[in-house]
Design a binder for this molecule. Sequence first.
Ligand code: SAH
Ligand code: MG
Length: 222
Amino acid sequence: MQDMRQTYVQVLEYIQGGLPDDPIYDWILRETTARGIPEIQVTPVQGRFLRLMVQLLGARQIVEVGTLSGYSGVWMARALPADGKLITLEANPKHAELAGEVFARAGVADRVQVIVGPAQDSLAALVLPAPLDLVFIDADKPSNDHYLAWAMGHMRSGGLVIVDNVLANGRVVSASPDDAYGSSIDAFNRDVFARLGELATIVPFYKPDEDNLDGMLVVRVP
Ligand code: SAH
Ligand code: MG
């Protein structure tokens, strides 16, 4: 019997081969590699998931924490109406520079604002014209608590907060005390389960390049 990893990879290739894809996404990945930027973006399946959430919410106002090269940003921005807005926060100027080029090439520059700097500072200074429909948190993981609390205070009822990378390749299940990363993600999840469990779920996803069972936490704002 073939192992599950092989099955996951084949199934993801099946999805990828069967669903139409814009060449912009491959261009982003090639350019990310060429510029020595880490390839830690969401997968194509996760990009489609984010796009669907934007569409179902009828979202007009989105904040993303952690832009990288703009890969997840393009999936979300393209699903916005012409007068919608994605504000995306990035600490690394090199990442933000590529993201700016990416949003222009993807034809969504008019809908996207990239703010360069530590996200906690950018969020504190942000003046929003309307409550947010969606916040996507995908930056420095120890700040997840802070970002989630900020999001809950700036969203419309029925909006969604999505937090990426909450399964740590399964290490959340039995993180040993010397696994600081796994333990901190586990502590974050447990806190959300205890406080917001009725409003939350985790959707597992697989990342074949990293052989990583990862997931996205989704919290509905009451
Ligand atoms: N959402 C992107 C991936 C983001 S990777 C996608 O899926 O396409 C995480 C990004 O967060 C990196 O580019 C990193 O530079 C940025 N980052 C890390 N700490 C940050 C901070 N404190 N403030 C803002 N950005 C930060
Ligand atoms: Mg991520």
